[in-house]
Design a protein around this ligand. Structure first.
Ligand code: UGA
Length: 441
């Protein structure tokens, strides 16, 4: 095996894996991407990205006919081809429980291991509860025909919408390893990033696993902190956006991740803090992270409060009203609707008898799959037409840049709930709108 440029496999080609595979080819590696979903593999092989991620389609098109990139559904082929295997499958929340569902991780190890017949490094990238790596190592060793296989854990910190940039230029690399050899393999697999000065933290398995959940817990806590302040602001007549700006100038606090509003969603932050609560309970240290329950509750209260703000504009009942919902994705520049606060609010309004009309620049298809009963339209104008209340729930640029005078001509009534605190209340009120926001007068 060449430590110079190991050949790579990427197992699981979702948001994380597909981006990792394509970026590693861009950086000069030979890569095989594997997924059990034949349709996904077919689309990727044709040069088509099966989800919305800015910059990724261009990169995949560039390498569509590059012999250094291929996709497969065969574990045998991946094992034969690669020296370093990255496990990038999802770890969603279990239905009706807080803990993470590890079935895809276990399936990846179970399927790959029997085919590993020569020296190789398997690298877990999926977000997992502490202790999983040690368990997967045992499982792998019980199934591989050779003793020469090692495990490492290398958490991933990429953000959807910025996945290409975050993969090519990570702010740090964390290598959870058990040997110098494993560390050297990882250094070789990330050589271009290390050459450009990316810090590398070499550690044990448990720390590597925890770094990831600790980072996401901190980010979730920061968001819920400012949203808790928004609740206090509403009770006092203060403005949370000015408050966030003021405290953010303290470098120890910083402005980033201090945007108040409808709160966090997506496939990571919500399920990661819940899985952390569950795992801490199993480890007997539930008190250490009990604040995360509060973080989760503050976050969910934002959705209920947004409903109330809208209700205030329709005289106490959504029944018989037309509500324009702007945004379905959990955040802008993504088509991901997993645990999307916007969709959650939209569905709640519909349950309360409102006619909800949703527009999102990229997430309609995914939203329709989750909530087929809601009405989706193809343009902002269509959504606004005749609306009694307009609710801005995902802060796409298209919504942030709306001109209140222009869009005011489309709606039935000039009522707006700014669920992401991105509009200028003075400007909107001056144009005759009743403006409501979370934590702002
Ligand atoms: C998050 C982390 O930021 C990544 O570092 C991590 O790798 C990823 O989870 C993961 O575990 O895979 P992501 O879910 O793509 O990334 O999205 P974020 O940009 O973190 O946003 C999460 C949610 O928080 C969104 O719903 C966003 O609207 C909300 N948010 C973010 C706020 O409400 N306020 C803020 O100030 C920032």
């Amino acid at each position: 095996m060449s430590t110079q440029r190991p050949r790579l496999s990427v197992i699981g080609t979702g948001y994380l894996g597909a981006t990792h595979a394509v970026c590693m080819v861009e950086l000069g590696y030979e890569v095989i991407g594997l997924d059990v979903d034949t349709e996904k593999v077919g689309r990727l092989a044709k040069g088509e990205v099966p989800f919305y991620e800015p910059g990724l389609p261009e990169l995949l098109t560039k390498h569509a006919t590059n012999p250094r990139l291929r996709f497969t559904t065969s574990y045998e082929e991946a094992a034969e081809f690669a020296d370093v295997h990255f496990i990038c499958v999802g770890t969603p929340q279990k239905k009706g429980e807080y803990s993470a569902d590890l079935r895809y991780v276990e399936a990846a190890f179970t399927s790959l291991s029997p085919h590993l017949s020569r020296k190789a490094l398997v690298v877990g990238k999926s977000t997992v509860p502490a202790g999983t790596a040690a368990r997967m190592e045992k499982l792998m060793r019980s199934l591989t025909p050779t003793k020469d296989v090692e495990l490492a854990w290398n958490p991933e910190f990429l953000r959807e919408g910025l996945a290409v940039q975050d993969t090519m230029h990570p702010d740090r690399l964390v290598f959870g390893v058990n040997s110098d050899w494993a560390e050297q393999q990882l250094r070789a697999a990330f050589a271009p990033m290390i050459e450009e000065g990316t810090p590398v933290i070499v550690t044990d398995f448990a720390t590597a696993e925890l770094v990831k959940v600790a980072a996401n817990s901190f980010l979730a806590t920061k968001i819920s902190f400012i949203n808790a302040m928004a609740e206090v602001c509403e009770a006092t007549g203060a403005d949370v956006t000015a408050l966030a700006d003021a405290i953010g100038h303290d470098e120890r606090i910083g402005h980033r991740f201090l945007r108040s509003g409808l709160g966090f969603g997506g496939g990571c932050l919500p399920k990661d803090i819940r899985a952390f609560i569950a795992r801490a309970g199993e480890l007997g240290v539930d008190q250490a992270v009990s604040f995360l329950r509060e973080v989760d509750e503050i976050n969910l209260r934002r959705r209920a409060r947004t409903l109330e703000l809208g209700l205030d504009l329709v005289d106490g009942t959504y029944r018989g009203t037309r509500i324009a919902v702007l945004g379905a994705a959990f955040k802008p520049n993504s088509d991901d609707v997993r645990d999307s606060p916007a969709l959650d609010v939209a569905a709640s309004i519909e349950r309360r008898g409102g006619d909800v009309v949703i527009y999102d620049p990229h997430a309609i298809e995914n939203a329709r799959r989750v909530h087929p009963g809601l009405i989706y339209v193809e343009s902002l104008e269509e959504a606004l037409l005749g609306a009694d209340v307009t609710m801005l729930l995902t802060e796409w640029d298209e919504f942030r840049s709306m001109d209140p005078a222009v869009v005011g001509k489309l709606v039935g009534q000039r009522n707006i709930v700014d669920g992401r605190n991105v509009l200028d209340p003075v400007r909107w009120r001056r144009a005759g709108w009743r403006y409501r926001a979370l934590g702002r007068p």
